[in-house]
Design a protein around this ligand. Sequence first.
Ligand code: IMP
Ligand code: MG
Length: 186
Amino acid sequence: MEASHLGDDLTSIVVSHQQLETRIREIAADIDRDYADIDKPLLMIGVLKGAVMVMADLARAISIPLHMDWMAVSSYGHGTKSSGVVRILKDLDIDIKDRHVLIVEDILDSGLTLSWLIRNLASRGPASVNVMTMMRKPDAIKVQVDARYIGFDIPNEFVVGFGLDYAEQYRHLRDVAILAPHVYQH
Ligand code: IMP
Ligand code: MG
């Protein structure tokens, strides 16, 4: 979906689909290089549902062998702030023992979700765990989350698009845009 179809629901575009595409190609090249010598396919773990678009585009830009799996966790409910309570809604299908794992995330905000997920996956005996996040907000600096690959640092605003939702809406917007406050303040 194009931003122009959303009328005044959006304040402004933060990252355009062209910028996303270019940056994803750069990160894919880094991943190809960094994981060139591993013995099993790289295991990319997407965090449902927000990371679906990132995973689809990033995976197709990568040339080394890879496997994909998915986890669903909940920390937000329907609001716009992290609750800090993380629940597994869907666990992995693949055993990650001795595997090189790359978590693929849409956005790193408070870092609560990712720091919990990194600890959870690390306890399963993988060869390594790294993080790719398409976006990072300034609050992420408060929590110790080392994301090896970061798409864009964005302002501290609630954004939608490219997988990111507000109450399940706007995920199919091609760009990342700031949601107008009147949409969620009522
Ligand atoms: P954290 O635990 O605060 O880092 O939140 C991470 C998760 O919250 C992300 O994976 C998103 O699903 C969601 N999230 C954080 N910021 C936004 C936003 O601006 N728009 C939509 N979802 C967001
Ligand atoms: Mg998410």
